[in-house]
Write a protein that binds this ligand. Sequence first.
Ligand SMILES: *[C@@H]1O[C@H](CO)[C@@H](O)[C@H](O)[C@H]1NC(C)=O
Length: 434
Amino acid sequence: MIGGRSLMKRDGAGGSQLPLRLRIVAAIAVGIFLGGVFAFFYPDGLFVSSPPIHHSIANSDLEDVSSSCESSERINMLKSEFVAASEKNAQLKKQIRELTEKLQLAEQGKDSAQKQVLVLGEQQKAGPFGTVKGLRTNPIVIPDESINPRLAKILAKVAVKNELIVALANSNVKEMLEVWFTSIKRVGIPNYLVIALDEEIASFCQSNDVPVYKRDPDEGIDSVAKTGGNHAVSGLKFRILREFLQLGYSVLLSDVDIVYLENPFEYLYRDSDVESMTDGHDNMTAYGYNDVFDEPEMGWARYAHTMRIWVYNSGFFYIRPTIPSIELLDRVTGRLSRENAWDQAVFNEELFFPSHPGYEGLHASRRTMDYYLFMNSKVLFKFVRKDSKLKKLKPVIVHVNYHPDKFPRMKAVVDYYVNGKQDALDPFPLGSEW
Ligand SMILES: *[C@@H]1O[C@H](CO)[C@@H](O)[C@H](O)[C@H]1NC(C)=O
C-alpha cells in the first residue's frame, strides 16, 4: 500500500513517453510486483514499531529500489515511529515499576495481616449487624522466668491469681508509705509489694512485715532512685515494671500517696491492656467528650469538633502482661531517657495519639476507672465532701494526687472514711496556695 503510493508519485514525476493507458497498466504491474517484494521481506508491515526492524530497513537492499529521497522520507517516518515507540516503552517501564511497588506493598500488607492472624487466631467472616466486636483483651505473653529468677520467686509467693499491687518507694516518702501499707493491711489485701529504692526503706518494710523487693544494683536506675526528685522517680517505674510483665504478672501500679478503703481487685474489669484512674472530675472529663471549637470567620463550618479527655493518672493503673502493654512501658521509658518530660504526660501521649505520617501509634486498649470508686483528691475536696449524697459513698481508693500537703490529707481521709470522723475533711482548702 505505502510502496504503491510512493511509486505512483515517482512515476508521475518521471514524465514517460508511453500512452496513458499503457503507463497506468505498467504502473499497476510495477506496484503489484513491488508490493509482493515488500510483502515477502516485511510480512509484518513496514511500520512495526520496534527498533530491530528499523535497523534491518536501514541496511536493506531495498534501498536501491527506491530513490534516496523517498527512502530518507521513509527513514524520517520510521524515526518518528521509533521515538513514539521509545516513549511507549518508557511508559510501560514506568507502569511495571508502579505495579511492582504495588505488589510489594500488597505483600507487606499480607505479611502484617498474617502476623495479626497469628496473634489473634483464625480469620473470620463478619457476623450479622450488631453482633461483631473488636478485640480489646489482648493475649498475655508467655512468662519468661529466666529474665529475673529471684523476682519470679518473690512474685510466686506474693501474687494472687497472677496479680499484685506494686509501689516504688525511697526514704523521702517513708511516712506516706506507712499510711499506705497500713491501709492495705486494714483492708486485708495480701498481694502487694514494695520496691525499695534504698536500704532504709527495705529494712523499714521488713520490720513492718511488708513484702519488699530490693533490686539488684543497676547504676542507671540506682542514681535516680536514691537522689531523684518526684518526677524522676516516677519515671523509673516504667522501666522496672517491664520485668513484672515479662514474668507474666498483671500489676496494679500504685503511688504511695494513696489510701486503700476496699480491695481494688474486686473492682477491676481486666478487659484492657491499661485500666487507669483518671485525673477527670465528672463524666465528661473522665470518660471523654466532644469539645466543639468555634471559628466564627468560617461561617457555615464555624464549629470544629475535637475529642478531649482528662489524662489518665500514671500513679494508679492496672496493666496486663501483653505485648502492647510492654511496648507502652518501653516507649515511655525510651522517651523519658531522651526528653526532659513529665512521665504522666508521656504516658498519656503514647496511649492516645493515633498513627500518622512519620509516626506509628501504640494502639493499646484502655479503660477509664470509675472516678467515684477510684477517687482523686480534686473529686473528694471539690465535690464529694460538700455533697450529702456523695459523702455517703465509699470509694475503693483515694489518691491525694492534686494536693502537695499529701500526708495530712491522707490522714484526714483515713479519719473520715475509717474512723468515722465526719468533719475530718473540712479544714482543708480546695486547692493549694502554692
Ligand atoms: C455518669 O456516668 C455514669 C456511668 O456511665 C452513669 O451511670 C451516670 O448516669 C452518668 N451521670 C451523668 C450525670 O450523666
